[in-house]
Design a binder for this molecule. Structure first.
Ligand code: AMP
Ligand code: GLY
Length: 418
């Protein structure tokens, strides 16, 4: 088969590599991809993702059998709608269904209507009423979220009323998160262990993956600014299986059923960011796609063939997905300065001699034959093992072999595992 993966980061590298491993004779094209992916036999093709006509023409010319969308922006731009209208097979939600990620207030409305547990909230499109609301609040910290997409950076946890009011002004008046701050959700602060539950969804049918945990802060001990994710692991042993089953029944399925009943049936990956509170799991956010870096640790544990599963889902046939009993852990290597400053491209050490690990590239480019950083997060090194300790030992041994001058990585990925 000919498969097209839309996107260019570590998540898309993981999707494409999984397909190549499942069926080496499949041709996998990634648009725009990145030059790191070519080590796994993935072909890259550069087309502007906003030029949907050209993407459709390419998919037809290349006889693409199935397209898989990695990132959220093309979903919200309606790439799936347009591919479907052109008669092309594509896996991912329509732009209407992807609003579960595209608008935090829409996600909240869905959760309220579907009676899904989440933080209590109010949404505001006027700065004065947002401030008036904050003046009345008694409990801090409180959570402030820019409504639209903000690359994982649109959330501020304000410790005091004064800080909350100042932040609201910066979001809504100064637009520190751009247009996504024209509407703001103010919600209750939830305390507890966080985890990610992703599922394959076909309308009302929900097939959960193995849960994962991301490390969003830049530095060891969960210090420093929020990032797109500095490492992840799966499964999450400190989350009991009964909580995961509860999350599927009380969160994922009601949302899928509600969207279906509303006429914007969900087909794709549904990502729930969850927090285990005293009263059970509650939703922090939904995404309309695989998580990055969660995909890079979860997909290597999937034993079923990815394309076969997606084809069954698209044909509305039931699927039975087999998962490995092993564990998986991944550590992100980022350019120094990330996420605060974008530093100039820096050459990466030669990683061709690493052993027992997989490498998923994200922000890299090739200059002659050398690989350079091209952005903040550069790669994720992942290992599978019978025990987490073994996976950690392998990865940190391989990372230590290399001189990563001008880069950094967290030394404590997986420290919450109990
Ligand atoms: P998000 O971009 O929605 O994933 O939020 C980023 C991070 O902010 C999450 O991973 C949580 O750690 C934190 N967060 C978001 N909402 C809440 C909340 N209601 N209570 C506590 N922490 C939150
Ligand atoms: N790892 C968080 C995300 O993909 O949004």
């Amino acid at each position: 088969m000919n498969i097209l993966v839309i996107g260019g980061g570590g998540r898309e590298h993981a999707i494409a590599k999984k397909i190549k491993q499942d069926t080496p004779t499949d041709s996998v094209f990634c648009c725009p991809g990145n030059p790191g992916m070519t080590i796994d036999g993935i072909e890259t093709v550069v087309i502007d993702l906003s030029d949907v006509d050209q993407l459709i023409a390419y998919a037809k010319k290349q006889a693409i059998d199935l397209t898989i969308v990695g990132p959220e922006q093309p979903l919200l731009d309606g790439l799936v709608n347009q591919f479907q209208a052109a008669g092309l097979k594509i896996f991912g939600p329509t732009k209407e269904a992807a609003m579960i990620e595209g608008s935090k207030s829409f996600a909240k409305e869905v959760m309220q209507a579907a009676k899904v547990p989440t933080a209590t909230y109010q949404s505001f499109d006027q700065v004065d009423s947002a401030i008036a609301y904050l003046e009345q609040q008694e409990v801090f910290p409180i959570v402030l979220k820019a409504d639209g997409l903000a690359a994982g950076k649109g959330v501020v946890i304000a410790q005091t009323r004064a800080q909350a009011i100042q932040t609201i002004k910066r979001m809504m008046e100064d637009r520190i998160f751009g247009e996504s701050g024209s509407r703001v959700v103010i919600e209750e602060f939830l305390d507890g262990e966080e985890f990610t539950l992703m599922a394959f969804v076909d309308g009302v049918n929900v097939y959960p993956m193995i849960p994962a945990q991301d490390h969003k802060r830049a530095f060891d001990g969960d210090k420093g600014p929020n990032t797109g994710g500095m490492g992840a692991y799966a499964p999450v042993p400190q989350i009991r299986q009964s909580l995961i089953d509860d999350s599927v029944e009380t969160i994922m399925k009601p949302v899928a059923r509600y969207l279906d009943a509303q006429g914007s049936s969900y087909s794709g990956i549904l990502y729930a960011g969850l927090i285990v509170t005293q009263t059970g799991p509650k939703v922090i956010e939904f995404n309309a796609r695989f998580g990055d870096p969660e995909a890079q640790v979860v997909l290597p544990l999937m034993e079923s063939k990815l394309v076969e599963v997606l084809e069954s889902l698209l044909a509305h046939q039931p699927v039975d997905i087999a998962w490995s009993n092993q564990v998986s852990l991944g550590v992100v290597v980022a350019r120094e300065g990330y996420p605060t400053k974008v530093e100039a491209p820096q050459q990466l050490p030669d990683l061709s001699k690493t052993q027992d690990v997989a490498i998923y590239y994200s922000g890299v480019k090739k200059v002659e034959d050398h690989t350079f950083s091209n952005g903040g997060r550069v790669l994720l090194m992942q290992a599978k093992a019978d025990e987490f300790q073994q996976a950690k030992t392998t990865i940190y041994r391989e990372l230590a072999k290399m001189a990563f001058d001008g880069f950094y990585y967290r030394k404590d990925i997986g420290y919450r595992i109990r």
